[in-house]
Write a protein that binds this ligand. Sequence first.
Ligand code: GDP
Length: 456
Amino acid sequence: SLKAGIVGLPNVGKSTLFNAVVENGKAQAANFPFCTIEPNVGTVAVPDPRLQVLSDLSKSQKMVPASVEFVDIAGLVKGASQGEGLGNKFLSHIREVDSILQVVRCFEDNDIIHVNGRVEPKSDIDVINLELIFSDLDQIEKRLDKLKKSKAKDSQTKAKEEAERSALEKIQQVLMDGKPARSVNLSDPEKDAIKHLCLLTMKPVIYVANVAESEVADPEKNPFVQEVTKLASNLQSGVVTVSAQVEAELTELPSEDRVEYLKSLGVSESGLGNLIRATYSLLGLRTYFTSGEKETKAWTILSALAEDLRSEGSRRFCWRSEGHAASGGGVRESAVSGGGVREAATSGGVRKAAASGGGVWEAAFGGVRKVTARKVTASNRGVREAALNDGMTAPQAAGVIHSDFEKGFIRAETVAYDDFVAAGSLAAAREKGLLRSEGKEYVVQEGDVMLFRFNV
Ligand code: GDP
């Protein structure tokens, strides 16, 4: 599954949050038939109410949600890019994740020392960004040197190298201004050319504002949260507020006491669900379902936007982007808003990612909050509407289940989630003509329920 790396300065609440995520994952493991947990990796289910609905309709024996992996990347400190201490190792861990969750301390507590002596989100964010920027600059410089010495003769290689050089020079400029690589507008060939570098500041970022217990009901009142929100918007990033302390305490309570505890804090649900959904959404992921008596399962596929992010973000996925058209323009912009716009538009308002008021990013999906808005406004910049019809095709989506499904793909019986629910079953959907037979070119949409026909 996809990896989100948790980073932050010491004493901001990273381990507290990570442990809560892991405990939450363990609790879910009782209900779901998977959950691999390594010391610093926790796999968590993506909460999705559609799964239960489909499972009930199909009378499935089990339910398998989509998942996201959280990786605890402790120890990123000032000087990491200079190889101070264990710094370099942490940077290489960051290189391997698909997105970055930076925990920013927004709670005050005199008993807990802040490395800078006081709570100051801007400096926390700057410190980490600078380390990532330095590391990218270093890499770019070396790469540009190499390109200068290149003796490539054939025109194709030369064109590729030219695209890479121009992309890197643009990025270098922006990095020197203290901005991330993801804020640069690159052409498709330029994007392709730099994919192999997996630059750190190209990865999507969510700032996790860690607030005090007393503030979970109304975190936007906290001036530190307001500050993080403003900064995040300038850095093409999202914000989620959470109280690591509250989440840690929740995991220790028996489930029957949790609701009561949340109520006493003035909220109705744990903040983790929101964080997990935001992460999934940030990565530009889509879900399709298979649903039958044996099981109802959510499968994760990539939208074209996600492919952009993925291939630039992580080596593991570089191969995936081969042969797919990359969508043009501001990668990060579409990550925050385009993904949401696309989902909202394609699935009848199931999902929304919006930068609200001060720019706090809310992501709700899976029918949690039905939204009809097609346009999402982000503060400080216009929002580009992403193309709706790109992403994985039916055979590629089938390949997520098994490579044989992709190789032997014949067609996919497909019904939209809402149509399936309205009809009540696959058979009823077929009778009503809502079940479509889709071929090789079909681009799988958010919430599609699919049955693949293939040769073995
Ligand atoms: P890390 O160094 O970033 O991993 O930070 P930790 O998770 O170890 O947290 C450092 C200290 O801050 C611990 O004593 C936590 O109990 C405390 N802490 C974490 N989150 C909160 C919070 O939301 N409110 C308060 N008051 N304390 C917190």
